[in-house]
Design a protein around this ligand. Structure first.
Ligand code: XMP
Length: 329
């Protein structure tokens, strides 16, 4: 696509003009499409004066750290520092059940780690990083979509968004937002040109607070995170095997803080209940629950109960948004 190639070259020029040759830029990679494409573009422009950080907050999915670090390093050659902060996050979250409090704690810990990263870079380069890359998209920038044909550059209002904001105020970083005039499908197109693997570009969205909003209540209860990771992986892998992954906006499992009675082998059990959720959506603002076939659900449910220890019941979420949200917390 020539138009997108021109746009990419244009962006690279702008970034090179904006960032002086002795200035450094930082970027927090979430493992999602937007931050990855933004960082890859900036890296193409300024090389290793870009410094990325990926934080393992202990709330990632099965093998997620390895999988995304592989893409960053092996496929994209991005300069990334991976910080394993699982213990720190989980100890701060111990005993916390309120969803908003959980989000706040995660946001605060993330800022602390990011702050520390910036200070270490300052020590190393004798200079504070001057810029922050963010993967803000056009729909994040405007309050509502303007009618087709409207000049996108005319809107300047920034919607309060859970990915934006919340960085230390005294850091005084200037923002680089190379995707801020693009829609999601255009970001994917740009990503393809930048050689981001197609499978990565098609990943379902994943919330910043990660599995914390999918373990209802205390995330540190028992082996909830471990159980959830296994169930989620089986569900997603089954969806991939059935060729349904790209037809679904988001699919995941939820760990419920209740136990139910079951019978497995010749024993009665008193074990965990997990919920499965899959939705279709255009933009995440509204969503419809996805209608799987009976056989698919039957296979998944059996597979989960047979292979994940401590789970004896699988339920399916058949609520759309509204009235529900996509996530359970
Ligand atoms: P809800 O659950 O509000 O989610 O219907 C809409 C979309 O946003 C994602 N989501 C979040 N993303 N931080 C994020 O970065 C959050 O705190 C958060 N909460 C929800 C959700 O996964 C869905 O795609």
């Amino acid at each position: 696509d020539w138009k997108m190639e021109d746009l990419m070259e244009e962006e690279i020029k702008v970034i090179n003009k904006t960032v002086a040759s002795d200035e450094h830029v930082i970027c927090a990679l979430s493992g999602g499409v937007d931050s990855t494409v933004a960082a890859t573009l900036v890296h193409k422009a300024i090389g290793d004066r870009l410094h990325c950080i990926f934080v393992d907050n202990g709330l990632l999915r099965y093998k997620e750290q390895e999988r995304v670090m592989d893409t960053f390093e092996r496929d994209l050659h991005l300069p990334v520092t991976c910080v394993d902060a699982s213990e720190r996050f989980l100890s701060e979250l111990k005993g916390v059940v309120d969803p908003e409090t959980k989000r706040k704690i995660i946001g605060r810990e993330f800022i602390n780690i990011f702050d520390q990263f910036a200070q270490e870079l300052e020590k190393k380069h004798g200079k504070k990083p001057a810029f922050l890359v963010q993967g803000t998209l056009y729909p994040d920038v405007i309050e509502s979509c303007p009618p087709p044909g409207t000049d996108r550059t005319h809107s300047h209002t920034i919607k309060s968004h859970h990915n934006v904001g919340g960085l230390p105020k005294d850091m005084k970083l200037k923002l680089i937002e190379p995707l801020k005039l693009l829609f999601k499908d255009e970001v994917r197109e740009l990503g393809r040109i930048l050689n981001v693997p197609v499978g990565f570009l098609k990943r379902h969205p994943f919330p910043g607070p990660g599995l914390a909003v999918r373990v209802l209540g205390d995330v540190t209860q028992g082996n909830a995170l471990e159980v959830l990771r296994q169930v989620d992986e089986i569900f997603i892998q089954s969806i991939r095997d059935a060729g349904l992954y790209d037809s679904i906006w988001q699919a995941f499992a939820v760990f419920l803080p209740v136990r139910s009675v079951g019978v497995q082998g010749d024993k009665r059990t008193h074990s965990h209940v997990v919920a499965l959720r899959a939705v279709t959506s255009q933009d995440g603002m509204t969503a419809d629950w996805f209608n799987f076939e009976h056989k698919f659900l039957d296979d998944v449910s059996r597979k989960i109960c047979n292979s994940v220890q401590g789970v004896n019941r699988v339920v399916l979420d058949i609520t759309s948004k509204p009235p529900s949200t996509i996530e359970w917390e």
